[in-house]
Design a protein around this ligand. Structure first.
Ligand SMILES: Nc1ncnc2c1ncn2[C@@H]1O[C@H](COP(=O)(O)OP(=O)(O)OP(=O)(O)O)[C@@H](O)[C@H]1O
Length: 354
């Protein structure tokens, strides 16, 4: 598979702050890539460096085999879609989409060809019939599609999307996720999509990149990142793991929450993680099976998140353990406030981080 984007040793500092730290990255062509990371981890800086709005202090940026650092943004063959997409309010949907083709540098496309390409793109993003509307007379989701069509019509090889769904309500956001994936597949280009939402990143990306303090914390398919986060920092960011700091003592990992038996680890772990949805809630009198780990916690509260229920249990030292019940698997749980429960998971479901 060919590489559409390659970064080698890219560093970007602002004064004493290192936003990107000797970052290496190679992206295969024709993929949906989600870029995820905590606030301040460098996501926007990375997009700006790729786009050419910022130059790296050190390192190179190569797009489709051509080194582009030092090349102005508009000559890099990249498209952008941002959250606050500024459409031209006085122009129609069709004119907005045509803008880049009619006004782009060095373009000499015949009017008929422009019209055909614009119409085809409007069709592709699902706006057929709205060509003549002003962009003030269409919905937020439709405006988002105009912004996308306007970018895609110039046939970029790489499209950078910075929180493009951030301004949409939850329902529309879900629909647009599917549409963005479908549109990308039809065009066969690479999308690099920055999102603050781990569920969005895991749901949308063929490849998921997690940035951690200006470096790649992990890159892999969504399943791998979700099931096997590469570090404590990545697991913490995914927001679906209970993490216990501690150390190995013989055949157990010992933390303030208890002694958890472990299989012999390769390296000395300093953190033990168990995913919210790997924990079963049992009667406190029930003994665990030989391959299970068990602690006790008092039920505090539950929170519905749509497809699942998240329940919080307080351990004796006051820290909270989170348990997720997927509603497709069973009826919603009902726990008694303050009552103590056994919290049980399989020993082999736990992850150790060194
Ligand atoms: N123009 C700038 N001048 C100074 N510092 C900056 C500038 N742009 C970004 N930074 C700093 O660089 C670091 C990375 O910022 P960046 O915006 O890339 O993070 P991010 O992952 O996109 O965060 P968020 O999710 O909050 O948007 C932050 O600490 C930020 O304060």
């Amino acid at each position: 598979m060919s590489t559409i984007l390659q970064l080698a040793g890219v560093t970007k500092t602002y004064g004493t702050l290192t936003a990107l730290d000797r970052l290496d990255l190679a992206l295969p062509a024709g993929r949906y890539v989600s870029l995820l990371g905590p606030s301040g981890s460098g996501k926007t800086t990375l997009l700006r460096v790729i786009a050419g709005f910022e130059e790296p202090d050190v390192g190179s940026v190569t797009i489709a085999g051509r080194r582009v650092d030092g090349t102005p943004a508009h000559r890099r063959g990249i498209g952008f879609v941002f959250q606050n997409f500024a459409l031209f309010p006085h122009l129609t949907v069709e004119k907005n989409v045509a803008f880049g083709l009619e006004n782009g540098e060095g373009r000499t496309m015949a009017a008929g060809e422009i019209r055909d390409r614009v119409r085809a793109m409007i069709d592709l993003v699902g706006l057929k019939g709205l060509e003549g509307r002003g962009v003030a007379q269409i919905s937020g989701g439709q405006r988002q599609r105009v912004a996308l069509a306007r970018t895609l019509v110039t046939e970029p090889r790489l499209v950078l999307l910075d929180e493009p769904l951030g301004a949409l309500d939850a329902n529309l956001r879900m629909r647009m996720r599917d549409e963005l994936r479908a549109i990308r597949e039809r065009l066969g280009v690479t999308f690099l999509h920055v999102t603050g939402s781990e569920t969005e990143a895991l749901a949308m990306g063929d490849t998921v990149i997690v940035l951690d303090r200006g470096r790649i914390g992990q890159i892999g398919d969504g399943d791998t990142v979700y099931n096997r986060p590469a570090s404590r920092a990545v697991a913490r960011f995914l927001n679906c793991y209970n993490l216990f700091d501690g150390s190995l003592e013989g055949a157990a990992f010992v933390s303030a929450a208890g002694r958890f038996p472990v299989a012999a680890p390769e390296r000395r772990p300093v953190c033990y993680g168990v995913r919210y949805d790997r924990i079963a809630v049992r009667d406190p009198a029930a003994a665990p099976a030989a391959d299970e780990v068990r602690i006790e916690g008092a039920f505090v509260a539950s929170e519905y998140t749509g497809a699942s229920v998240l329940s919080f249990f307080a351990l004796p030292d006051g820290r909270l353990v989170e348990v997720e019940d997927h509603l497709s698997h069973r009826a919603p749980p009902s726990y008694e406030p303050q009552r103590r429960y056994g919290l049980v998971w399989k020993r082999d479901d736990a992850l150790l981080f060194s």
